[in-house]
Design a protein around this ligand. Structure first.
Ligand SMILES: [Zn+2]
Length: 153
C-alpha cells in the first residue's frame, strides 16, 4: 500500500515546515560550523553564506512525532533507513560515519537551493511537491543536488 503524498500534501505541508524549522533551530544551536576546507566546498556548489551552515552528527535521522508526518516521511523514503543526510535551511544532519565530501557537497547544494528559495517555508512546498509527483530519485531538486556532488575534494 502506498501513501498518497500528493493528496496528503495540504495537510502535511504546514506540519513539515514547523518540524523542519524546529529541527533547524536545534541544529543551529548544537551543530558545528564548517572548517575552512568545507567552506570552500560549500562555495564551489554555490552557497552564498557558508558561515551560516551548521552540521550536527547523529546516530540516525530524527523522525517527526506527528503520526501523519512520520508516515509521509517514511513512505516517501525521505527519512527512511537508507537516508544518511538531511538539510533544513542552513542546518544539516549527518549520520555518524557518513560525513564524506560527496555527501556534504550534496547537502550543501540543498543549502544553496534553500538560499534561492529564501526560507524553509518557501523551499519545502516546492521540494515536497516534486517528491509527491515524480518521486525522490527524479525530483529536479535531487537531480540538481546529485549533479553538484564533488567526488574528490
Ligand atoms: Zn538530496
Amino acid at each position: 500500500m502506498t501513501f498518497n503524498l500528493l493528496a496528503a500534501l495540504p495537510i502535511i505541508l504546514p506540519k513539515a515546515v514547523a518540524w523542519a524549522e524546529e529541527q533547524s533551530a536545534l541544529i543551529a544551536q548544537n551543530g558545528q560550523p564548517l572548517d575552512v576546507s568545507l567552506v570552500g566546498i560549500a562555495q564551489r556548489v554555490g552557497v552564498s553564506r557558508p558561515d551560516q551552515i551548521r552540521i550536527l552528527e547523529v546516530p540516525q535521522l530524527p523522525l517527526p512525532g506527528d503520526p501523519e508526518l512520520r508516515q509521509a516521511a517514511l513512505s516517501t523514503g525521505l527519512l527512511g533507513p537508507g537516508m544518511v543526510g538531511l538539510t533544513l535551511g542552513y542546518s544539516i544532519y549527518i549520520c555518524h560515519g557518513h560525513g564524506t565530501v560527496r555527501l556534504l557537497s550534496h547537502e550543501f547544494r540543498h543549502v544553496y537551493q534553500y538560499e534561492s528559495a529564501g526560507s524553509i517555508a518557501s523551499f519545502l512546498p516546492v521540494y515536497l511537491g516534486q517528491i509527491a509527483t515524480v518521486g525522490y530519485q527524479r525530483a529536479p531538486l535531487e537531480v540538481d543536488a546529485r549533479a553538484h556532488e564533488i567526488h574528490h575534494a
